[in-house]
Design a protein around this ligand. Structure first.
Ligand code: NAP
Length: 326
């Protein structure tokens, strides 16, 4: 798997990353079972065999169990920690926590950021995160407080680099005004059925845009400022790779048919086409593949071997938006 130097860091990251959201399986307080532990080790091993060295977490995934179960790999593969890049996120809080009646909310307060990272380090059984992202923009953000928390985590050696997720350029600018560390990543939803970041760039000044979008300029902002974009849900949670939609959906069916046809023409998996669509973008976007299935992880990794032409990229973009470009 090809690597790239993540701009603004000394990290040599693989072009494709593994997302660990579903690795801990259930989003409740039940403890991890043996099957989940065994399956996590197989998933991580498969990713490593495919050359993937970048793993994406969040404090909330499976209520902490995804980070916890990941740590079982250290027993299996001693010395691995020095060879991989671990990223986690903080800032989302569940309802009824800590008190009954508390709403689901975002929390970029100093105390929450610090305690969230300490929790991630404890569950991951490691002394540092390579990257920490703020998960979703908190309308009540006080950037001075975020800056203090980042300083503390950086000085204590607990976090090496920082980034954000689901943030617009303007929201990043607000943080940057106060932070003393650069923001090097912005993780956003992007796939052929959710091409909104791309769409925003081509529908400016259209009277009747296909979709009414916000976040215009986010992609360009990140490119200008050397912030690496990461794509979450690159397979649209399976809708682009053969998982049946819950209801009849012509757009999904047509898009998947076009992906399969292209995969057959190129003699690769549909997963490879879907991931290659993201890799083809010149912003050097890093797809965060969320599979726990070994065959599917291998199928996604095949994308590293192909490059779509401009025409192929637009064919898929057009299929996913359900209309030709204006
Ligand atoms: N920053 C954010 O706000 C945010 C939000 C969501 C996710 N993320 C990150 O992005 C990563 C990827 O997200 P994601 O999991 O939503 O995206 P994804 O990679 O688009 O989808 C992976 C999911 O689709 C399933 N799938 C794929 N093809 C399938 C098929 N043919 N039949 C049945 N199931 C199929 C996989 O199941 P198998 O496991 O069986 O392969 C897995 O559950 C996460 O792990 C997380 O790290 C970030």
């Amino acid at each position: 798997m090809k690597k790239f130097k993540l701009p603004g860091t000394d990290l040599e990251a693989t072009r494709i990353a593994l997302g660990c959201m579903t690795m801990g399986r259930t989003w409740n307080n039940e403890p991890l079972d043996e099957d989940t532990k065994k399956s996590a080790v197989v998933t991580i091993r498969t990713a490593l065999e495919e050359g993937i060295n970048f793993f994406d977490h969040a404090d909330i995934y499976a209520r902490g169990k995804s980070e916890e179960v990941f740590s079982f790999i250290w027993q299996e593969e001693p010395g691995l920690r020095e060879k991989i890049i671990l990223q986690s996120k903080c800032g989302i809080r569940f309802m009824n926590e800590p008190r009954q009646g508390d709403p689901q909310r975002y929390d970029f307060s100093y105390d929450h950021i610090i305690s969230s990272v300490e929790g991630s380090l404890r569950r991951l059984k490691t002394d540092r995160l390579d990257l920490l992202l703020l998960h979703r923009p908190d309308p009540l953000v006080e950037p001075e407080e975020v800056a203090e928390a980042f300083d503390k985590l950086y000085q204590d050696g607990k976090v090496r680099y920082f980034g954000v997720s689901n943030h617009t350029g303007m929201q990043i600018d607000l943080l940057k005004k106060y932070l003393r560390q650069p923001l090097v990543v912005n993780q956003m939803e992007l796939n052929i059925l959710h091409p909104d970041l791309v769409e925003a760039g081509i529908t400016t000044n259209q009277r009747k845009p296909l979709h009414q979008l916000r976040g215009e300029g986010t992609m360009e902002y990140c490119r200008i400022h050397g912030i690496t974009m990461q794509a979450w849900s690159p397979m649209a949670k399976g809708l682009l790779t053969g998982k049946p939609a819950l209801e009849d959906n012509e757009l999904v069916e047509n898009t998947y048919r076009r992906i399969r046809e292209m995969a057959e023409e190129k003699n690769v998996s549909p997963e490879a086409i879907v991931i290659a669509w993201i890799l083809r973008h010149p912003a050097k976007i890093q797809p965060i593949v969320g599979s726990t299935n070994s065959a599917r992880i291998r199928a996604c990794a095949e994308a590293d071997q192909i490059e779509l032409s401009r025409e192929e990229w637009y064919t898929l973009f057009t299929a996913g938006r359900g209309a030709m470009v204006p």
